[in-house]
Design a protein around this ligand. Sequence first.
Ligand code: FES
Length: 270
Amino acid sequence: MVAVPSTAPLNVTLRVWRQAGPNQPGKFVEYTAKGCSPNMSFLEMLDVVNDELTLKGEEPIAFAHDCREGICGTCSCTINGKPHGPGKAIATCQTYMRSFKDGETIVVEPFRAAAFPIVKDLITDRTAFEKIQQAGGFITARAGSAPDANCLPIPKGDADRAMDAAQCIGCGACVAACKNASAMLFVAAKVSHLGLLPQGQAERDRRVLAMVTTMDEQGFGSCTNQYECSAACPKTISHDFIARLNRDYLAASLRSAFKPEAASSEGGGA
Ligand code: FES
């Protein structure tokens, strides 16, 4: 027999990190969310709490969101100690109140990492990711209009892995989940999604060297192979991509040591 999910409304206590600005002290503040529908999303529940705070003349909880469909990676926050909350392979905006128990206390805080400074309450500044992306997450070839699919044969396995890596939404959950606040999974996904395709070969060495250098400059920690990153990733991006990134980086470093001009203008082998 299939269990029918309860539709009974939930009452929950929220312990939310409130911080007025980047250099202000922060603290947890308690709120009550009463009569939440189990089918309400976590962000909709915060909307209702914010409406009540606004009506009382209090400052609403600042949180980031955009698509509310798990696409943009904006809604990053930590719920009960887990980036994006208790669900697997979903972002905060795809978390529903049915994931929680009636009477539960839910702790909500921003992603914690030195490279992601807090802007306000649950909002962090993830410009560091954009700087890594700007360092090499592109191709400079003129793409033109879409060619026929059979003009550029790509092995199915490579195409599938490139698409797996391209799913990264840059939310930062990998960094927040890592005890070292490492950005290796993010960088590995961005390097691999272009590095697996023919269009990404011309700048393959330059890309990996520039993105890893920028990652280090932005203050992210080192990877110690704990794999919390892939466990927390809302797109289930595999830590296998980190091994691929390390191989690419080593090969590009050796090539650039022996032939520096190559790394600035051309790519490596498969
Ligand atoms: S709001 Fe876009 S992924 Fe959550």
